[in-house]
Design a protein around this ligand. Structure first.
Ligand code: MN
Length: 263
């Protein structure tokens, strides 16, 4: 399933020249659906917003980045599906290659659709909750009708819902948090190959989302489609550290409790 969906992704890239993942690796099933946002300084700076769905990341390029002001809608151009291991990619795509430029793991965490993800996506009205380090609470992607751009894939609008995480009057408040959630690095550090390498996302951290009141419930894995089930697998050594990094900063207005990894 995922393989067929990644035909476009693979056709655009030469994996002997770019360090981006080919999508051949098996990704450990997570307790909930993952999301990731990658800040990408390609020919035009943009933020790639990716939601795990049917064993791939559905992806949108958000030129101006996500706005936390519910009144400010951001154009989100749908792009080709990406493999799940892309969710751990941070580095520089060589010049001359597709998407050449620096990629930062700007945010990551879990998402939960407000209903059946496939049906909402098909309808073009995808409402969801995010539990990331930067992006939190309710959001919606609305597919544009009468799209004047006439691209192969449709344009959508990414809009914040009214809730405790909105920041009226400060649409770009999150963009000022301009560091990697996986390495703490700036775009310049990543471009120069300096600093810590990114830690991998933790597949077992949803307990923290629930602890902080963001309603991300563990979900059954979406159809097996090539992903091996690894029931009972031990967390990787980087898991605990990765959890602390992901969730230590997000207890806005909430007591800072112990941050732990679900074992
Ligand atoms: Mn991109």
């Amino acid at each position: 399933m995922a393989k067929r969906k990644l035909v476009d992704y693979r056709a655009k890239r030469d994996f002997s020249k770019t360090a981006e993942p080919s999508g051949a690796d098996v990704v450990t099933p997570s307790r909930a659906l993952r999301f990731v946002v990658q800040k990408h300084a390609a020919s035009h700076l943009h933020y790639d917003f990716r939601l795990e769905m049917d064993s791939v990341f559905k992806s949108w390029a958000v030129a101006k980045g996500p706005s936390v002001d519910a009144a400010v809608r951001r154009l989100a151009a749908e792009v080709e599906d990406h493999p799940l291991d892309y969710g751990d990619f941070e580095g520089t795509i060589p010049k001359g290659q597709y998407g050449g430029g620096t990629v930062m793991l700007w945010d990551r965490g879990f998402w939960q659709p407000d209903g059946d993800a496939r049906a909402l996506y098909a309808k073009g009205d995808l409402k969801f909750v995010l539990a990331g380090e930067k992006m939190k609470g309710g959001w919606v992607l609305v597919r544009m009708k009468n799209d004047k751009y006439k691209r192969k894939l449709p344009n959508w609008l990414l809009i914040k819902h009214h809730d405790e995480f909105e920041e009226p009057g400060s649409p770009d408040a999150l963009l000022e948090l301009d560091h990697s959630v996986a390495s703490g690095r700036s775009m310049d550090d990543i471009a120069a190959g300096k600093g810590a390498s990114p830690n991998r996302s933790c597949a077992r951290c949803t307990s923290n989302a629930m602890r902080y009141g963001i309603p991300i419930a563990p979900m059954p894995p979406i159809r097996s489609g090539g992903r091996k089930r690894q029931a009972g697998a031990k967390p990787s050594s980087s898991c605990h550290r990765s959890c602390r990094r992901c969730y230590a900063n997000w207890s806005i207005g909430r007591p800072k409790g112990p941050i732990g990894c679900m074992k």
